[in-house]
Design a protein around this ligand. Structure first.
Ligand SMILES: Cc1ncc(COP(=O)(O)O)c(C=O)c1O
Length: 366
């Protein structure tokens, strides 16, 4: 039986690494990536701010006593019910990406402070089968005109490069676009001071990725070149804070040998690993010795519906063997971003050590 382990202290460490970076943006944790109450409580105690996109996230924060002043509602098309709940909770900041959304926000949260959410070309590893989110530069005039006579304060610009963005230059391009939008706000008579960089900080699932310090340097360089004065910078990572706090231990259900062996696990796209369908490839560590073969890893529903990985290098396995999946704390078992079966046992506390033999036995694929 698969078990998910969660160590909130690791999320706090990741958060603290971010806020300790010299000149780095302030940090708002994206609750959708892992809304487990112990993790939220630990981050709240460490002083974190929070970003929400849905009502259950707001309720989860309320349950651990986070005040609205430390919460931003960062989805640019929130349902009216979410806006009402945010207003009741005293949420500090909102996002808008069209004249329609400006009118909706002014009607439901009069006096709200909001960032203009800009559309960027997706640069993250995750594939979303959804329509564009955010405004194009060409659409800003209509948005600003709508805001002029309404009870909304446009206080800044928000971008999001895409989740698990492994290309630091994408932030540079996003900040350049944000600078152009910033100028439009200023010439429209607004006094923007917030630049929200969104999420997307990557984690090393299968290989090294750019760290937040390198990304912060790219951001700082473009900000210095393109902004008239230093904006107040925020980023809102979910994955970077939560991923390392989780470890999933799965059990092999079936092992089919062959030219490309197939390993079937008791976790899958609809059971703990929804992002496998969207481009995330985890590391699978096996506690056995043996010649490594390039394996296909699938979940309980099999290869047609539940493909997890086409190329995981694993030794020969047998039913009942366990596989360790590190960095499984974000967008897995306890999160609101995707619907997943929530019946996996959860153990909160220090993560059990991954057997050294397992670490040595598996080679990350390409
Ligand atoms: C607006 C916004 N902010 C933050 C995040 C969190 O992203 P991540 O978990 O990749 O850091 C997302 C996720 O897609 C998002 O859409």
């Amino acid at each position: 039986m698969a078990v998910w382990y969660l160590d909130p202290a690791r999320a706090v460490q990741a958060y603290q690494r971010l806020i300790a970076l010299p000149g780095a943006p302030r940090v708002r944790y994206a609750v959708k990536s892992n809304s487990h109450p112990t993790l939220l409580a630990a981050l709240a105690a460490a002083g974190a701010h929070f970003a929400v996109v849905a009502e259950p996230e707001l309720r989860a924060l309320h349950a651990v006593g986070v005040p609205g002043q430390r919460i931003a509602c960062v989805t640019p098309g929130p349902p009216a019910a979410l806006l009402r709940a945010c207003r009741a909770a005293g949420v500090a900041l909102y996002a808008v990406d069209s004249a329609w959304e400006v009118r909706k926000l002014a009607a439901l949260v009069p006096g709200a402070a909001a960032c203009v959410y800009l559309a960027l070309p997706p640069a993250g590893r995750l594939r979303y089968p959804v329509a564009r989110v955010g405004a194009l530069l060409d659409e800003l005039d209509a948005l600003l005109a709508a805001a002029r006579d309404l009870s909304v304060r446009l206080v800044g610009v928000q971008i999001h490069v895409g989740s698990q963005c492994e290309r630091p230059e994408a932030w540079g391009r996003g900040v350049e676009l944000a600078a152009a939008a910033w100028e439009r706000l200023r010439t429209g008579g607004w006094q923007p001071y917030l630049l929200n960089l969104g999420g997307g900080l990557p984690v090393p699932y299968r290989g090294p990725v750019a760290g937040p310090a390198a990304i912060a340097r790219v951001v700082a360089r473009i900000v210095a070149q393109r902004f008239p004065a230093a904006p107040q910078l925020w980023w809102e990572p979910g994955r970077y804070v939560a991923a390392d706090a989780g470890l999933l231990i799965a059990t092999v259900q079936r092992y089919t040998p062959g030219a490309r062996p197939m390993v079937q696990l008791d976790v899958g796209r609809y059971r703990g690993l929804p992002e496998a369908a969207r481009g995330i490839r985890y590391t699978y560590l096996a506690d056995r010795q043996g010649p490594l073969a390039r394996c296909i890893v699938v979940g309980p529903l099999g290869p047609d519906y539940d493909l997890l990985d086409r190329a995981a290098w694993l030794p020969p396995l047998a039913p009942g063997d366990r596989l360790w999946l590190p960095r499984a704390g974000a967008y897995t078992v306890a999160q609101t971003a995707y619907a997943v079966a929530a019946d996996l046992p959860v153990v909160v506390g220090a993560l059990p050590p991954v057997p050294q033999k397992a670490v040595a036995a598996t080679v990350a694929g390409p």
